[in-house]
Every structure is written in C-alpha cells, then in structure tokens.
Design a binder for this molecule. Structure first.
Ligand code: ADE
Length: 276
C-alpha cells in the first residue's frame, strides 16, 4: 500500500487502485494527459527519469506515463507502476510493424498473447523461452483484451472511413479500405524491424505473429510475474520492411495520436475498475 492508493473514495471508502496506462513515445498517448488535466487536474511525480501523471479520465483513476523505447525501459516502468503506484491493471498503447500477411498500415492489433522474439538462450533453453520461467508466451487478460477490442471496433466504426480517406493520400501505404481490428500474437524485441528479409525470418520462426514492436512482451512478462492483468493495443504504422522507417515516422507524427485518443476514449468510457 502506498500514498497513491490511500486517498479516500466516495463515502470514505478506499479509492479504487488506479489503472496504469502507458506508451513508449508521447505521440502514442494521444490527448490522454490533456483529457485528464481537463477532467480532474493532474498530479505529476518524477521517478527514474520518468513522469507519472495521476488523475481521472471518464471517472477512472489512472496513472499515465511514457515507458520510452525497448524491453528494459518497459519493464522498469511497469515495475514502478506496480510497486510505487499500486496499479490494478496495465494497458499499453502505441504503434507496431505489421507482420501478419493480412495486417495493413492503419489496422489495429489487440494482443492476446505476447512473446519476446529476440530471446534465445539455446542450447540451454528452447528458443524464445524465458530462462527459469519455463514459458515463452504471456497472455493478455481476457476481459481487458475484450474491452480494448470492443473499443477499437467502436472507434473504427465511427472514425475509420474518415481516417482512411484523410490519411491514404498523405501516407501511400495506408490502406484505403476501412481499417480492421485483429487479435492474436504480438512479438517484441529490442530491434526496429525494417527489411523484408527480417520480417520473413520472423514469419518463419513465429507463424501467426500479427505485429512486431519493442515493449509489449516485456510488460506482459512482468505482469505475469506479479499476477497483474495487462493488455496491449497497437496501431500498424508500417509493415516492418524497407519502407518501415519512413512509414513509421509519418504515421507517428500525423496519425498515431488520433488512434490512441479515440481507442482510449472508448475504452475508458466503458471501463469499470475492479474492487480493491
Ligand atoms: N514499432 C513500429 N514499427 C516497428 C517495427 N517495424 N519494428 C519494431 N517496432 C516497431
């Protein structure tokens, strides 16, 4: 228990533990901190060179922060969310490279399972297995993933056609049809994947992988170890090939925030915090 969870709630009840919401980069959080500022005001604590913003969004107590990039950064940040801020669950939002053959720029992927594609302690342990944990795949929380996927579907139904029209001209790799919502395997590693050969190798090693990014599976591992629900949602900014860095940069600057803002707005509007 810590100071952030000791604020009294309504009728003197202990306040619900906050939801941890994080992204790697500021563009991937959308307008979340501004929304929180307008709704409840924001209290910011700085720890380990990161700012943790506390407040409510749609009445949901949240701690919002930026993990920065990579698995170590993500694991360190989620550890602070657990130990210092006593979060009840963690949601990660951001962009990813599309790996699945049917996953296009502008689509959204909700992780059901997460895996570290660059973990390899062979021959001591099977490829991808986390040594001494006896597993390579970490599941997102079913209820959180369902709620995130439903939020994505509502967002795409309301804004997808306009987004496709707005962005397909500016970003040639953006699919012109309505963006789709996929669910399945998200893979993470400390590499920005940017070649057809590299993405083919990932497909061959991990058939079924839908998206590649740099943080999700690290968060899922720490949450597994602490028995904390987590979920990951990723908008596809590129297809991890030779065009990845230009596609990623334009998507991040022009589009990523619109997705995160809309998806989180729908998600938080229907989120019911679990009891303590
Ligand atoms: N995040 C967005 N695009 C990515 C890529 N191609 N590789 C790794 N992480 C990413």
């Amino acid at each position: 228990m810590n100071s952030s969870s000791l604020q009294p709630g309504a009728a003197g009840q202990p306040a619900a533990r906050p939801l941890g919401v994080l992204a790697a980069l500021p563009q991937e959080l959308g307008d979340l901190i501004a929304t929180m500022q307008a709704e409840s005001g924001v209290v910011t604590r700085t720890l380990g060179r990161r700012d943790y913003h506390l407040g409510t969004v749609h009445g949901v107590p949240c701690v919002v922060t930026l993990a920065r990039v990579g698995k170590v950064a993500a694991a360190a940040t989620v550890s602070a969310l657990i130990h210092v801020f006593d979060v009840q669950a963690v949601v990660f939002t951001g962009v990813a490279g599309g790996v699945g053959p049917d996953v296009h720029v502008g689509d959204v992927v909700v992780g059901e399972t997460l895996l570290q594609h660059d973990m390899n302690a062979e021959p001591l342990f099977p490829r991808h297995e986390i040594p001494l944990l006896a597993r390579s795949r970490f599941n997102a929380d079913d209820a959180l993933a369902d709620a995130l996927a439903a939020a994505c579907e509502r967002f795409v139904a309301q804004e997808g056609a306009a987004l496709a029209e707005r962005f397909s001209a500016a970003l040639p790799r953006f699919k012109t049809a309505l963006p789709r919502v996929h669910r399945g395997l998200v893979i993470s590693g400390d590499q920005f994947v940017a070649s057809a050969a590299a993405v083919d190798a990932l497909r061959a090693a991990l058939p079924g992988a839908l998206a590649v990014e740099m943080e999700g599976a690290a968060i899922a591992q720490v949450c597994y170890e602490y028995d904390l629900p987590c979920a990951v949602v990723r908008t596809i900014s590129d297809t991890a090939d030779e065009h990845a860095s230009t596609s990623f940069s334009s998507f991040l600057t022009d589009i990523a925030g619109t997705y995160s803002t809309g998806i989180l707005r729908h998600f938080l509007a229907s989120y019911t915090p679990a009891g303590r």
